[in-house]
Write a protein that binds this ligand. Structure first.
Ligand code: G3I
Length: 346
């Protein structure tokens, strides 16, 4: 394992600071108590979801939204709004942040998130090792199989060893398929063919024997698409050849009105031979309460569905800037969709 900590990583990793939650002027008084904590009268969505037999309801966040945004942190940490039993690093575990240059690892942001999760009793969904996007150019430029193999194994061994036992699941491979169901072009596929998939999964399993290993993709909410059918066929083949795939993540970045097929899709994904499935990046255009309730009930109805992760807390930070797709508005107030889910879980 070659690992030369970059200068930034050599600096003292900021301990999880005791965040003083001061009431934010952004929040209407009804949302926080005078101490700045979340209103204890608000039900916990995750506690209800867990009471129904699921493992978690989580969110994606990152160091900036925890250190520099006390309102967001209050929601992420609070036991009242949304017990977040699961945190997904939105960006800090991606290759272009962790190993921007070869062998120079920067774990500052990812360490902060993992330490924060453990200090507040939360699990972590590691996201993501092998992805064609947010990949440093030095990786994309590799042309020979031996070099790329060594680079993948070294990256995974450095990250996997560091967080072994501290991450509930890893998105080992993300967005491998095209809409037509073929393997997406990437440096991994063009240099190594499909073997990069078994290489990656076996490497993560070698350095982290406890995490659940996922393959993750989008447009996986209807069993009528080529991408969906290709995912199932490939996962069946890979598992039968010994690739240690434990779970399939369906990202669920949804338009309005398409949630009706989610339950059937989750069931079909679970039938591929994995032990669990999860909704990993949920956001829904305009956050219609009925669509959010449909997705919630779909996961409840499929025993292999272990949990749901929202791709963010507040519309204010959503990557879908115009769609207002999350459960909390720009002032971090719970939206009708949040209340509808609580009611559905009551
Ligand atoms: O860190 C740099 C910062 O230094 C720079 O000043 C700034 C402006 O250029 O960019 C910052 O990087 C941005 C990064 O988010 C961190 O904020 C990138 O430009 C931006 O492209 C990146 O967007 C992320 C996107 O993945 C990249 O494709 C989104 O935050 C993130 O929500 C999104 O998440 C993906 C999942 O990982 C996979 N599934 C789809 C989902 C949505 O695209």
């Amino acid at each position: 394992m070659k690992i030369a900590l970059s200068a930034t990583a050599l600096c003292v990793i900021p301990a999880v600071v005791a965040l003083s939650i001061s009431p934010s002027s952004d929040l209407p008084p009804s949302t926080t108590t005078s101490s700045g904590d979340a209103d204890p009268t608000l039900d916990s969505l995750s506690a209800r979801f867990i009471a129904k037999g699921k493992k978690y309801w989580g969110t994606a966040t990152d160091i900036g939204l925890l250190l520099n945004n006390t309102v967001n942190e209050a929601i992420v940490r609070s036991q009242s709004f949304l017990i977040i039993h699961k945190l997904t690093p939105e960006n800090s575990m991606k290759w272009d942040i962790i190993e921007k240059t070869r062998y120079a690892f920067n774990f500052i942001d990812s360490d902060y998130l993992v330490d924060y999760a453990r200090s507040t009793g939360k699990l972590v969904r590691g996201h993501t090792f092998i992805w064609h996007s947010q990949l440093p150019s030095w990786v994309s430029a590799i042309k020979d199989a031996a070099t790329l193999t060594e680079v993948i194994e070294n990256h995974i061994s450095s990250v996997g060893t560091r967080y072994s036992g501290r991450v509930y699941s890893w998105d080992v491979c993300n967005e491998l398929f095209t809409a037509e169901g073929t393997m997406r072009y990437s440096v991994f596929y063009s240099v190594l063919g499909e073997t990069f998939v078994s290489l990656a999964f076996n490497a993560v399993r070698k350095y982290d024997q406890t995490a659940k290993l996922y393959i993750n993709d989008y447009n996986m909410v209807s069993n009528a698409t080529q991408r969906f059918l290709s995912m199932i066929n490939h996962v069946k083949t890979w598992i039968s050849s010994g690739v240690p795939i434990d779970g399939i993540g369906t990202q669920a970045h949804l338009s309005a009105g398409v949630a009706g097929d989610v339950q059937a899709a989750l069931s079909a994904l679970a039938g591929s031979g994995v032990s669990e499935v999860a909704i990993t990046e949920l956001d829904i255009v305009q956050a219609s309460p009925s669509d959010y309730v449909t997705v919630t009930k779909a996961c409840l109805a499929v025993s292999a569905c272990v949990g749901i992760t929202n791709w963010g807390v507040s519309d204010k930070e959503s990557w879908r800037t115009q769609d207002k797709p999350l459960l909390f508005d720009n002032y971090y107030r719970p939206k009708p969709a949040y209340e509808a889910i609580i009611a559905a879980l009551t």
